[in-house]
Design a protein around this ligand. Structure first.
Ligand code: HAM
Length: 436
């Protein structure tokens, strides 16, 4: 018989997988909240127009898009950034500052599937609006590192590559390139790590071969790996714009150092980010071993709120994807296998005892404890085994003898001690056990 399969790149979550996903989302939510970010949500289906020419050619080519029954051109969201810009733009003046928002949701991109990349994935997005200075970047990079450290990952497991599209612009301007050429060079830089010299092809097709000295200068800038090297290379060029930008760099790195986060940060001008809307600092998180694709990416996008019809409004943010992140946690043995276990497991003698047990089960559950029990009459020994396999801390035994005596037997599944308590005292005893 033919069975239906999920579409390629789409995922199903059986309860154990779903529990792991919940665990990840729960810690991300908690971390966002400790950093003062407020949660929001928005539709998964959006007007196609929202992404056209806003997210960039790569994402545009990966859209799941169609015409709906009302004749509207629509797309499943490939990312959150244009949507959140619309939300902000619509109420910008009414929102209390600072605007620090986060969300967790599902996104869709028709990508070539590979390890850590699917066509449907989740992202944790965090963004700050209305703050033009690097204080916002400090806050976001701090949140990003903690979103990973909260699971036990350390600087040995991941790092954040930090770069700057503004500096690229100022540098290439100083080398005499105009804006279309600068954008094309940034396209080259974005592809260079993977494609090497082939990355220049697109530039050559559009503008002809890049002059050899210019190319050497681009490659030298792309290989910069420290603030000192950056300052040294830019010193002969000089100019107020560059000097002011370097002040911002020092502020950003100084702030991160004061937070004790410098061990996670690597200056790396080889990162420029593929998305079209970034305007300033950009950053990406990777695993240290270099085995996985990016864990997270983000940066400043000061023009997007306005481009989508809102007021001019500075913005910066990032997103962590759940797929590479789960792979990294698994590789490091940091993904728990049993997340949801009952507190109490009930072992029930037979039909009469089941009726007696129901009252107690109901009371204990309503008091907030997780209680499980077998739905059918099965052998006592099997039930006791199920109780210890369940991961519960206590077993409540409702046997015929206990029922006759008006008691319930309570077994501590950790140290195997047992005691009997009057039926009326079961809830109080359970509560005492879990609170002491
Ligand atoms: P992005 O770099 O396209 O940025 O995606 C961020 C993260 O989402 C990636 O580092 C990766 O972990 C995950 N991701 C992206 N595509 C896939 C895929 N096909 N399968 C699995 N995971 C994927 C953005 O989306 C920006 N909107 C982030 C941002 C927020 N910038 C400012 N605010």
């Amino acid at each position: 018989m033919a069975t239906f399969q999920t579409l390629p790149g789409f995922r199903e979550f059986y309860p154990e997988d779903f529990a792991r996903r919940n665990h990840v989302f729960r810690l991300w939510r908690q971390t966002a909240s400790t950093h003062g970010f407020a949660e929001y949500d928005a539709p998964v289906l959006e007007p196609l127009e929202l992404y056209k020419a806003k997210s960039g050619d790569e994402i545009e080519g990966q859209l799941f898009s169609f015409t709906d029954k009302g004749g509207r051109e629509v797309a499943l969201r490939p990312e959150m950034t244009p949507t959140v810009c619309r939300l902000i733009g619509a109420k910008a003046s009414a929102l209390k500052r600072p605007i620090k928002w986060f969300s967790i949701g599902e996104f869709y991109r028709y990508e070539r599937m590979q390890k850590g990349r699917g066509r449907c994935f989740s992202q944790f997005n965090a963004d700050i609006f209305g703050e033009p200075g690097p204080e916002a970047e400090i806050e976001l990079i701090a949140l990003l590192t903690q979103c990973l450290c909260a699971f036990g990952l350390t600087e040995q497991d991941f790092y954040v590559r930090l770069s700057d599209r503004n500096l690229w612009f100022y540098y290439l301007e100083a080398l005499g390139l105009d804006e279309p050429r600068i954008r094309a060079v940034l396209g080259v830089v974005d592809k260079f790590e993977k494609a090497g010299d082939d990355a220049f092809k697109a530039y050559t097709e559009q503008f002809g071969e890049l002059d050899a000295t210019l190319k050497a200068k681009v490659l030298a800038f792309l290989q910069i790996k420290s603030l000192a090297a950056l300052e040294a290379l830019l010193a002969p060029i000089g100019g107020d714009k560059l000097a002011a930008r370097l002040v911002e760099w020092r502020k950003l790195l100084g702030g991160l150092t004061a937070m004790g986060l410098e061990r996670f940060i690597e200056v790396d001008l080889g990162v420029v980010r593929g998305l079209a809307y970034y305007t300033g600092f950009v950053f990406e998180a990777f695993d240290r071993k270099g085995e996985l694709r990016a864990l997270a990416g983000g940066g400043r996008y000061d023009d997007l709120v306005q481009k989508l019809g809102g007021p001019a409004f500075p913005a910066v943010g990032f997103a962590v994807g759940d797929m590479t992140f789960a792979l990294l946690l698994e590789q490091r043995g940091l993904m728990p296998t049993l997340v949801q276990v009952p507190d109490v497991y009930c072992v029930i003698g037979g039909e009469a005892e089941r009726i007696a047990a129901f009252g107690a089960i109901q009371k204990i559950r309503v008091s907030g404890y997780r209680v499980d029990y077998p739905m059918k009459d099965i052998a006592f020994g099997k039930q006791l085994k199920a109780a210890s396999d369940s991961g519960a801390k206590l077993a409540l035994i409702f046997g015929a003898d206990e029922l006759a005596k008006g008691v319930v037997k309570i077994r501590n599944l950790g140290d195997r001690t047992e005691s009997e308590v009057p039926s009326a005292d079961v809830l109080a005893t359970v509560r005492e056990f879990f609170t002491s």
